[in-house]
Design a protein around this ligand. Structure first.
Ligand code: TPP
Length: 373
């Protein structure tokens, strides 16, 4: 990143760090190359944001049609998830919370695996986790924990292990604004700052924790400012500006690799309900949603920016839409063809070699099932 760009990314700003405005207009003097993005990167980021939104619609549709069991929407938070995910170095570790679908997609989590998981079909973790609690060892994505905030001390613990083993690796752990009110948030930041772990804590502040608004979540000016108390840098950014998210996360990784923990608060907005188990219009004013959709939509802003710099046109947009629809439908078809994990899988993976008594139990169960007991 150039010196000038670095100057734009300062901790503890009063206003969120923002590169483009609500109409995609550049607010600062910069070129995409200054933050390490080529034209191809910009197009790829746009594609991933659209893919994430379309994935979301499919996830909801599958749940409402009874094919998936539960779903958590990410719509509105595509820039925060996709652009931060795009800045994560390949060898580094990811602890997602439950609304980081874009991070997983960018990392290369196969779409068929994502769909199979929410449909309870055979997938990398044998459908043992609650839907949306994805995780993939080979991608260094740690399985999502349901208890809010739980992943933060775990991520810092991995950071301590990395320091102990003297490895050049870093970790990004995601959490929501609600999660920032947990004791685990404090524990994680305390240990991160004391032990100088290579950890980034990325708060997606979507302004609601189910039905609890941020004004009942914290009394401070924002969440990023809390980093002062831990003696680390806290960045307050526009989470719906894909360039601000990318640039800040990239800088944070440089710091983390230098053993400087970082806190990022990305301001964004959740369009849907918390999950398929609640109804946002029961507790949230529709006008607030309309304002965010109309003014700050991350995909609209990215599109207008690409248009301004001459790398967007209608034809490409149509092709992208077709390609995305096709990719998603193929992945869903493939996921649907997968079997549900058989009952025998519940006995697997506890021991490297299944001991005789577990084997006996398994055979007994299978016999009973086969006999229709
Ligand atoms: C310790 C704990 N308390 C409560 C819950 C129920 N719960 C699940 S998600 C959630 C809200 C999380 O809000 P936030 O951290 O802002 O993330 P968001 O859902 O908005 O992405 C709650 C209360 C839980 N899973 N774990």
């Amino acid at each position: 990143m150039t010196e000038k760009t670095l100057d734009y990314i300062k901790p503890f700003t009063d206003e969120p760090i923002r590169f483009i405005g609500s109409e995609g207009e550049p607010l600062l003097d910069f070129k995409p190359e200054d933050i390490g993005l080529s034209e191809e990167d910009l197009k790829t980021l746009y594609y991933y944001m659209k893919l994430t939104r379309a994935f979301d619609r499919k996830g909801m549709f599958l749940t409402r049609s009874g094919k998936a069991l539960f779903y958590v929407e990410v719509a509105g938070q595509e820039a925060a998830t996709v652009a931060s995910g795009y800045a994560i170095p390949e060898n580094d570790w990811i602890f997602p919370a439950h609304r980081e679908h874009g991070v997983l997609i960018v990392r290369g989590y196969p779409l068929v695996e994502l769909f199979a998981q929410i449909m309870g079909r055979m997938e990398v973790n044998k459908a043992r986790q609650m839907p949306v609690h994805w995780g993939m060892r080979k991608l260094r994505i740690i399985t999502i924990s349901s208890p809010v905030g739980n992943q933060l001390p775990q991520a810092v613990g991995i950071g301590m292990a990395i320091n102990y083993l003297k490895r050049d690796e870093a970790i990004i752990a995601y959490v929501g604004d609600g999660g920032s009110s947990t004791g685990d948030f404090h524990t994680a930041l305390t240990f991160a700052s004391v032990f100088k772990t290579p950890t980034i804590i990325f708060v997606q502040n979507n302004q609601w924790a189910i039905s609890v608004p941020t004004k009942r979540q914290y009394g401070s000016k924002n969440i990023a400012i809390k980093a002062i108390a831990y003696g680390i840098d806290g960045y307050y950014i526009d989470g719906n500006d894909f360039l601000a998210v990318y640039a800040t996360t990239k800088l944070a990784f440089e710091k983390a690799h230098n053993k400087e923990p970082v806190l990022i608060e990305a301001m964004t907005y959740r369009y849907g309900s918390h999950s398929t188990a609640d109804q946002a219009d029961r507790y949230r004013d529709i006008k607030e949603l309309e304002y965010w959709q109309k003014t700050w939509d991350p995909i609209k802003r990215a599109k207008l920016y690409l248009q301004r710099i001459g790398i967007w046109n209608e034809k490409w947009e149509r092709e992208l839409d077709e390609q995305i629809e096709d990719e998603l439908n193929k992945a869903i078809d493939e996921a649907e063809k997968r079997p549900e994990p058989g009952p025998e899988t519940t006995f697997e993976d506890v021991y490297a070699q299944m001991p005789w008594h577990i084997k006996e139990e398994m055979e007994e169960l299978l016999k009973e099932i086969n006999e229709g007991a």
